[in-house]
Design a protein around this ligand. Structure first.
Ligand code: PMP
Length: 359
């Protein structure tokens, strides 16, 4: 009887996490197939169904593992890089970390240019993974010294090297059309009213949107934007580009340019939501306190957006978003009283949650 009970328990655990049933092929085989988490408290509080894809559970720790794998595979398939060659990229960090893992697993060198505004944890991790890292001044895209242009020039100077160009590389979006989108559709049993997330390159949003729209034209897609980004006003004004006012302090997202993936001809994104950094930080701490979920600020912003989208769509609506990465790679900032005070964000954290500010 006990044996039966144990067998039953094991079976249900197996069916809940189908990806764990057999060994995967190396680091690369472990990318994707992440769980979809129902955010219980927020769903209950809003009378809606809010789900978040746990992309922090990818082996390199973020949603960008998927894009990293796809851009490297694409470069290989197109003969742009041969064994032992070098992969060069400009990145806020997570694509770089994904690439550094994939490069080690496949035997490539990895060179990363990133804005020097990013957290020390990401730079350290990249170096621990064997990447050569160049933190460079955070200047706008139209400046030739922008990290992306520096990455391109670096690759051009080397032989057997590819600049993977995540901002304008179809393989980035394809990762989400072929993997993240179908996983969400299957995990939701084909019943989904809305999807929302913030954007860096826009590959995640555009790829998932494209796949979901192909399954059901009625799925609504909202872009979630932080202060310091131009995309909210771009979508709201149907394609007019506003002046950028300052940068985004939410690492990995918040663009001063409209990436290729978000050009209006995709006609996928019907609306945009815009939030204060204060709201995002309050949610970051709520997720920790109420759901036990330890994620970075872009994930918290995504959840704020999912809640607002679900409320707009009405009671019972089923909305999905992305938990892009864990808080580990920013903890010296997100949980530091000094940093929060410097950014005037300490007061944004509800008093009963300030106990989590332990650094
Ligand atoms: N969140 C974080 C923490 C990121 O690093 C990124 C990518 N820079 C994103 C969200 C957005 O992903 P995408 O590039 O697919 O828009």
């Amino acid at each position: 009887m006990l044996r039966n009970l144990i067998a039953k328990r094991c079976l249900s655990a197996v069916s809940a996490r189908a990806y764990a049933t057999k060994p995967v092929d190396g680091f690369i085989g472990a990318i994707g197939n992440t769980p979809l988490i129902r955010l219980n408290r927020l769903s209950q509080e809003t009378g809606t169904e809010i789900y978040a894809k746990a992309e922090f559970m990818n082996p390199g720790g973020s949603v960008k593992d998927r894009a990293a794998l796809y851009v490297v595979k694409d470069a290989e398939e197109r003969g742009l890089v041969q064994p032992g060659g070098t992969v060069v990229e400009g990145t806020a960090g997570n694509t770089g970390i994904g690439l550094a893992h994939v490069c080690r697993a496949k035997g490539y060198q990895c060179v990363i240019y990133m804005p020097n505004t990013q957290s020390q944890e990401k730079i350290d991790l990249l170096r621990m993974l064997g990447a050569t890292v160049y933190p460079v001044p955070a200047v706008a895209f139209d400046n030739p010294e922008n990290y992306n242009h520096q990455a391109r020039r670096h690759a051009e100077r080397l032989s057997n090297a590819v600049w993977t160009d995540q901002f304008d590389n179809r393989a980035n979006r394809r990762a989400h059309i072929e993997t993240t989108g179908p996983e969400i559709w299957q995990q939701m049993g084909g019943r989904i009213d809305g999807f929302t997330c913030s954007t860096g390159t826009g590959g995640t949003l555009a790829g998932i949107a494209r796949f979901l729209k192909e399954q059901d034209r009625n799925v609504r897609i909202f872009l979630a934007d932080p202060p310091g980004s131009v995309l909210y006003s771009y979508i709201q004004s149907h394609g007019k580009l506003a002046e950028r006012s300052g940068g985004s302090i939410t690492e990995g997202i918040g663009q001063g340019l409209v990436t290729y993936y978000l050009q209006p001809d995709t006609e996928l994104v019907v609306d945009a939501l815009h939030f204060s950094v204060e709201k995002t930080f309050a949610m970051l701490y709520r997720l920790l306190d109420e759901e036990g979920i330890y994620v970075g600020a872009s994930s918290a912003l995504n959840v704020v957006a999912a809640v607002e989208m679900a409320q707009k769509l009405g009671t019972g609506s089923r909305v999905v978003t992305i938990l892009c990465d864990g808080a580990y790679r920013y903890q010296s900032r997100l949980f530091s009283r000094k940093w929060l005070e410097e950014k005037s964000l300490y007061g944004a954290i509800p008093a009963h949650l300030q106990k989590y500010v332990v650094l």
